[in-house]
Design a protein around this ligand. Structure first.
Ligand code: AMP
Length: 218
């Protein structure tokens, strides 16, 4: 059983790296941002509550985030473990989480703020299936169309210049202290997030003592 948290500024590649790890190690991947985006897309009550906060780049209130994560983890479908992406993002969330769960490692993807803008503004998401693309490193075969389902590729509502300034500020104000909490427990691996995705994945595995990543066609 492996329990990991993956952290890093917006655009540092958390979701790509978490997906690569989860697929090979049979981990359940829990992405809090995706859960909220699903609620917004489905126009649920939670979606209505978080839509504006998200679009502005602000963090959703701790109580709601904690209950969403708790509910997800209480499904106990993670027989081989889990990797959580996008949580905890505040001191409160970290303390709440550590009260109930021991984690094996925090993977911290280190990317300078100066690289964030270029990466985030190139990001596109399929409006139908949620698959993500990057116009720099991971282009779709047909411009503007999802390779998997043919849906329209659109920017995320919060991948704008204005929201990005707020997201980075929120990150440094509220999420940097989380890393300090984890560091005291000595379970943080710091990974340079600037190289290509396979190099980053190999480095994560090397530092965690996991088998090497082998690319698969699927
Ligand atoms: P992400 O996809 O991880 O960038 O998350 C998108 C947005 O969802 C964030 O900008 C927040 O508005 C919200 N969100 C995701 N995870 C959290 C969290 N742990 N705490 C508060 N807000 C969150």
């Amino acid at each position: 059983m492996r329990k990991y948290v993956i952290m890093g500024v917006p655009g540092s590649g958390k979701s790509t790296q978490a997906a690569m790890l989860a697929r090979d190690l049979d981990l359940v991947r829990i992405t809090v941002g995706d859960i909220f985006r699903w609620h917004v897309q489905q126009r649920t009550k939670i979606g209505a509550h978080v839509r504006r906060t998200m679009a502005a780049g602000k963090l959703v209130d701790d109580d709601l985030v904690e209950s969403i994560v708790q509910e997800r983890l209480q499904l106990h479908d993670w027989n081989y473990g889990f990797i959580i992406d996008g949580f905890p993002r505040s001191r409160d969330q970290a303390e709440f989480f550590l009260e109930s769960y021991d984690i094996d490692a925090v993977i911290y993807l280190d990317l300078p703020d100066s690289d964030v803008r270029r990466r985030v503004l190139a990001r596109r998401l399929c409006a139908r299936c949620g698959m993500d693309y990057n116009l720099i490193a991971d282009r779709p075969t047909v411009e503007g169309r999802c390779d998997v389902c043919g849906g329209d590729l659109v920017p995320r509502a919060d991948d704008t210049e204005e929201a990005l300034v707020v997201r980075l500020r929120e990150y440094h104000d509220k999420t940097d202290p989380v890393l300090e909490i984890f560091r005291r427990k000595e379970c943080v691996v710091v990974i340079d997030a600037r190289p290509d995705e396979v190099t980053v994945q190999q480095e994560i595995r090397r530092q965690l003592g996991l088998p090497e990543y082998v690319a698969k066609d699927d």
